[in-house]
Design a binder for this molecule. Structure first.
Ligand SMILES: O=c1ccn([C@@H]2O[C@H](COP(=O)(O)O)[C@@H](O)[C@H]2O)c(=O)[nH]1
Length: 307
């Protein structure tokens, strides 16, 4: 199954992290933004070109350090169709460079609509006699709060195409407890969502013991991370909240199993925007991102030994 693909890449690179690609125009080095705007004006077309050049540079700099990237769809959607075209191009380019791609789309809707999302992000759309693939990501994030029937089309699509998904369980944001820590019968809501992932993945466990349905558990809640790891032995974790949101290497150690497997830790701004801290005006954005990704890998390596 597809978490095997991710886990193998993590083992090869000795690095259980994923670099987020969440580019805002104001976080793109000025020379890249200027070049794009000189060509296309200060327009959405200019912004989309700048995002593409920035992403390509980041992927080139990071592809032998990190096993995966996670483009967050919001930053592409805000640029309209041009942004979505850059999203598609970014996914293809990252995959060509050997990276596993998690499309952070957090979708959730009634079954028929969920199937359309699953076709677009992971599978194929039938057009007459032809099966056409759109974004072809390796994995997506989903919001399962509408119930398991809204996730099942993604599960079927993952089975068919060897892909995988992450369900939001305990998210990293400050307000996550407002709903997720409420009691639902004999469990807390985030435990229920974690249990849903464990259940939906049953029977699809791969070489490392993980099913195709993973869970999102924030680095900012290490106690919940520890508890969910023990509770969900076959559920792979996506752990956002490292770096810019305050999560540390010490915090995320609890996401991993005894072999140092079963989780991938995300950092977006702290890698992507590392150039803003070097005082070189962005000319060194690739070196800065690479150094930040290596520092994150090494910090987590102080606490987690992979296999
Ligand atoms: O609980 C969650 C779920 C998803 N995210 C996403 O991860 C990145 C975090 O970005 P940073 O810059 O490293 O803070 C971003 O794409 C979020 O949408 C999350 O933060 N928490």
């Amino acid at each position: 199954m597809s978490f095997d693909v991710l886990q193998k890449k993590i083992i090869e690179k000795r690095n259980p992290t994923v670099a987020g690609l969440d580019p805002k125009p104001e976080q793109i080095p000025p020379h890249i933004l200027k070049m794009a705007c000189d060509q296309y004006g200060e327009t959405l077309a200019g912004a989309a070109e700048a995002v593409w050049q920035f992403n390509r540079g980041l992927i080139d700099a990071l592809s032998d350090v990190v096993p995966a990237v996670k483009p967050q769809s919001a930053y592409y959607e805000r640029l309209g169709w041009r942004g979505m075209e850059v999203m598609e191009r970014t996914i293809s380019y990252a995959q060509e460079r050997g990276l596993f791609v998690i499309a952070d789309v957090k979708r959730g809707d009634i079954g028929s609509t969920a199937q359309a999302y699953a076709d677009g992000w992971l599978g194929e759309t039938q057009v007459g006699e032809s099966a056409c693939s759109a974004f072809h990501a390796d994995c997506v994030t989903l919001n399962g709060y509408m119930g398991s029937d809204t996730v099942l089309p993604f599960v079927d699509t993952c089975r068919k195409y060897g892909k995988c998904l992450f369900l939001l369980a305990k998210t990293s944001n400050p307000g996550s407890g407002e709903l997720q820590n409420l009691t639902a019968g004999d469990r807390l809501v985030y435990q229920l969502l974690g249990d849903m992932a464990e259940r939906l993945g049953t029977g699809t466990e791969g070489d490392y013991g993980y099913g195709l349905a993973g869970a999102v558990t924030g680095a900012t809640y290490p106690e919940e991370l520890r508890e969910l790891r023990a509770r969900l032995p076959h559920t792979f974790f996506l752990v956002p909240g490292y770096g810019a949101q305050g999560g540390t290497a010490e915090d995320v150690q609890y996401a991993f199993d005894r072999k140092g497997c079963g989780a991938v830790v995300n950092a977006s701004r702290s890698i992507m925007c590392a150039w803003q801290k070097t005082g070189k005006g962005g000319a060194d954005f690739q070196e800065a991102a690479r150094a930040a990704a290596e520092a994150m890998r090494d910090a987590i390596g102080q606490y987690v030994t992979i296999l």
